[in-house]
Design a protein around this ligand. Structure first.
Ligand code: PLP
Length: 441
């Protein structure tokens, strides 16, 4: 046995100092950062450097669907590491082939090819690239309420031949997608919201010029934007409109995929088939970074005889692939997606709704599976968002009580790992109840 790092207080003190001295953190002004040290984890629990065991209601960046330190995934990575740690994307490799087949089998029929990326942003980059090359058009339509990743300028800054077929830094148009609670369309029912949002999309397409539009790119459940569950018929309607104008449809399953909504893909709960699906996070819960694009057969075959001008040194990295294979197998064997569905239906749904009845500053509770938003308001009538200071207090009150809470603007996103048990989910909601009382909500 090697030295047990988790027991060594001095090392953890060093960990903090070294991080503060040398790590430049994403999405933050750096000066006043005070990152919490994490030592290890198990299931839905994380162990902090100060020894506390925390119940994680975030799954980090909503990616640890299978929970922390799943033994089968660790074993899968170890086995692959012993066999072959790295090999370039041009070679055939068993883990890569198996990972691609396991991912593709979760997509609708007629999706057989997977292009692997390092994460979700570059999955979407390549999904858009494929759509633009397929159609010969450059505009991508996407929602104002969405997040698709943090890349985009790199290829336009590139100087060699690879820039030329990809030089589309212009060409992004936004539109409004359904969000009944804050309807852009003065709708009062989901049906009205759906119908009016579809009419709006078709107008945007007509005014932009259908023959300039390559694809409509949509998250199957807008996640970071507020876990906004689209109405039942919305995607079917988008599909009809996009078909009418020969526009491709890209579904972003990066956050919503692999069990998060209680389905393998969130799109399984809707009646439509897109042309391209992007994925990342839950495919291997981020044990080793990976993402990718699943292409429908017509899109994939477009590149049978012409070059796809995209690639990455680590596309299909063996360790990431080993982690995908083990994750996919464990999720199936242990019925983890079914668990997420049941937790949503029997525990989180009813219990979070009960919080709504008790706490007047909850404006709306919405979600499914282990993907829920509790939208906080200063006043239920005006729907004015709850102030930032109280939202920060909510996180701090959770921390004091051993619960890690994710807050985005005026919403608490309840997104625990898909492996959470009914008891653990109940424990978390009970703490959230106390937190809301303590924060005067
Ligand atoms: N797409 C969606 C829906 C996401 O939620 C995210 C990240 O949160 C991304 C894409 C980008 O993924 P990554 O951060 O792995 O690049």
């Amino acid at each position: 046995m090697g030295h047990d790092l988790s027991q060594d207080a001095e090392i953890w003190d060093d960990a903090y100092k070294l991080n503060r001295a040398h790590v430049f953190h994403s999405w933050h002004a750096q000066r006043n950062l005070d990152p919490t040290e994490v030592v290890t984890g198990h299931g839905v629990w994380l162990k902090y450097g100060d020894g506390r065991e925390m119940l994680d209601f975030t799954s980090q960046q909503v990616n640890v669907n299978i929970g922390y330190q799943h033994p089968k995934v660790i074993e899968g990575i170890k086995k692959q590491a012993e066999l072959l740690c790295t090999v370039g994307p041009d070679y055939a490799n068993l883990a890569r082939g198996r990972a691609a087949s396991l991912v593709a089998r979760r997509a609708p029929e007629g999706f057989d090819k997977v292009f692997f990326t390092n994460a979700g942003a570059d999955a979407n980059e390549n999904a858009m690239r494929a759509a633009r090359l397929f159609t010969g058009r450059d505009k991508i339509l996407s929602s104002y309420r969405c997040y698709h990743g943090n890349t985009g300028a790199a290829i336009s800054a590139t100087g060699d031949w690879r820039r030329k077929p990809n030089d589309y830094s212009r060409g992004h148009v936004h539109f409004f997608t359904p969000y009944l609670y804050r309807s852009e369309f003065s709708a009062t029912t989901q049906e009205e919201e759906c119908e009016r949002a579809l009419a709006h999309l078709e107008h945007v397409i007509q005014f932009e010029g259908p023959d300039t539009i390559a694809a409509v790119l949509l998250e199957s459940v807008p996640g970071t934007a507020g876990i906004i569950i689209p109405p039942k018929d919305y995607f079917k309607g988008v599909r009809e409109i996009t078909k009418k104008y020969s526009i491709l449809m890209i579904t972003d399953e990066v956050m919503a995929g692999f069990g998060r909504t209680g389905f393998w893909f969130a799109l399984d709960d809707y009646d439509y088939t897109p042309d391209i699906i992007s994925f990342a996070k839950g495919c291997n819960s981020g044990y080793v970074p990976a993402g990718g694009v699943i292409m429908s057969d017509p899109v994939a075959h477009r590149f049978d005889d012409i070059v796809f001008p995209g690639g990455l040194t680590y596309s299909g990295h063996p360790l990431a692939m080993g982690a995908i294979v083990a994750t996919q197998e464990a999720m199936e064997e242990e019925h983890i997606v079914d668990n997420a569905y049941t937790i949503g239906k029997d525990v989180l749904g009813p219990q979070l709704t009960a919080l709504y009845d008790k706490h007047p500053k909850i404006g709306e509770v919405r979600g499914k599976g282990v993907f829920w938003a509790v939208e906080m308001v200063a006043d239920r009538t005006t729907k004015e968002p709850l102030d930032d200071a109280t939202m920060k207090q909510i996180v701090a009150e959770g921390d004091k009580r051993g619960l890690i809470l994710g807050v985005h603007n005026n919403r608490i996103h309840v997104t625990p790992p898909c492996v959470i048990s009914a008891d653990e989910a109940t424990q978390g909601v009970e703490i959230l109840d106390q937190v809301l009382t303590a924060a005067g909500c």
